[in-house]
Structure formats: C-alpha cells, structure tokens
Design a protein around this ligand. Structure first.
Ligand SMILES: [Zn+2]
Length: 89
C-alpha cells in the first residue's frame, strides 16, 4: 500500500473525528471509531473509484467504510448492500 494512501486514510479519520461522527459510504450506517481495527465493523477507508479501475489514492476518491462493507464490495462498483430502499417491487 503506497504511503500516500496511508496519509489519505489518516486524513479521512481526522475529518471524522473533527466532525464527531463517521458514516459508512457504502451502507450509510455509522462507524464506531473506537472499535479494534480487526473488528468487521471498524473504520476503513474505501476507494470510491476502485484502484483496479484507475481510481487515484487521493482524498477526493476516499470515503469512510466499515471493514466488512469495504471487503464485501471489493472492486465491484455496482455492489449494493442488503439495506431497505424506498423502491417498491
Ligand atoms: Zn458499512
């Protein structure tokens, strides 16, 4: 992992701490920054455009995400978590 991404991750975390809240960019639920980093619901930073699709290691392309959401989504930009929507079938 390039060191620039580590800086971006630290910056995203700082912004969350300053804002006093942190919301997962994938599922939309809050992230508890106090959780151990190996916890599935702990804080990670997601590439909005995956690296595999040419997404840069920049703050503009970074958002907070749960570890579990991040790993489930992987490089699939069409991934949608199983949360209820307003759409009626
Ligand atoms: Zn999430």
């Amino acid at each position: 992992m390039p060191s620039v991404w580590r800086l971006v991750c630290a910056r995203v975390r700082d912004l969350c701490v300053q804002a006093g809240r942190c919301t997962c960019g994938i599922c939309g639920h809050p992230i508890n920054l106090a959780l151990h980093h190996e916890h599935p619901m702990s804080f990670t930073v997601d590439h909005i455009v995956p690296r595999s699709l040419g997404g840069p290691d920049s703050l503009d392309n970074a958002r907070p995400a749960h570890r579990r959401c991040n790993s489930q989504r992987g490089a699939d930009v069409t991934y949608q978590p199983a949360i209820k929507t307003s759409r009626s079938w």
